[in-house]
Write a protein that binds this ligand. Structure first.
Ligand SMILES: [Zn+2]
Length: 249
């Protein structure tokens, strides 16, 4: 699997004035406009002051937008964030996105059975190393990765909805961190349910050790010596057993 992506900095005009934050969780989104390009959404955000996102993933390209230590506006609903103990008040009133990183993904029309939109395989592949980096950078665990629908099941149930299965994404990120090959969400037809185990790559057979001529001289001699010692020991045991038998009245 591809381990890298093209990183592209996108600077919002007034991003430096955004409120500061410390990162405690990550929210993955779909852009909600299947087929639209990331750069157009970013340009629109820059024009209108909608500073909505830290990262925008489009296939093999990741746009880095709002810096991680600055707030971005990507989850309005605050009730679930509050219920889970996260900060929901701050410089921008009551919101559900304080202390979180928002990642937008470019969605595409159609997809697998039951899908009206999906993420490209290349977008899913880029998500895995990107998330692994963020999780490690902030010392988070992969269960701090959620989709927008988790925080707002009332108005955003389709974000990501059936475009991505978050439990599998977490396992893939953990695999990436621990040096294993991610396989669940990086398949051509992966979508919003658990990956069948038949997708799992068969474990790689370890390479055969290099063949070297083996020097066996001395081995048969050592075996003979060991056999002699063993026979001697048996003899002594028999003698001891004999003596014990003779002493028994
Ligand atoms: Zn969203």
């Amino acid at each position: 699997m591809r381990q890298t992506y093209t990183s592209q900095r996108y600077t919002f005009a007034r991003e430096s004035s955004a409120a500061s934050q410390s990162v405690k969780r990550i929210v993955v989104h779909r852009q909600g406009n299947p087929g639209a390009r990331a750069i157009n959404s970013l340009d629109w955000g820059n024009r209108t002051g909608a500073y909505t996102i830290h990262y925008y993933v489009e296939d093999g390209t990741v746009y880095r937008a709002i810096p991680e230590n600055k707030h971005a506006f990507h989850v309005r609903e605050a009730r679930k964030a509050q219920a889970e103990g996260y900060r929901v008040t701050g410089a921008y009133g009551t919101r559900g996105d304080y202390d979180s990183i928002g990642i937008e993904t470019v969605d595409l029309p159609g997809g697998g059975p039951g899908q009206s939109y999906h993420l490209s395989q290349e977008t899913r592949i880029s998500l895995v190393p990107l998330l692994a980096e963020i999780v490690q950078r902030h010392g988070l665990s992969v269960d701090r990765i959620e989709e927008h629908a988790h925080w707002d099941p009332w108005t955003r149930p389709e974000d990501l909805g059936n475009a991505l299965y978050i439990p599998d994404l977490r396992l893939d990120v953990q695999d990436q961190i621990e040096g294993r090959t991610p396989w669940r969400t990086v398949q051509a037809h992966a979508f919003g349910r658990a990956a069948p185990s038949s997708w799992k790559p068969s474990p790689q057979t370890p390479p055969a050790p290099p063949q070297r001529p083996v020097d066996l001289s001395g081995v048969s001699e050592a075996i003979t010596t060991a056999e002699t010692a063993l026979q001697d020991a048996k003899k002594r045991l028999q003698q001891v057993a004999q003596q014990l038998t003779e002493r028994t009245p």
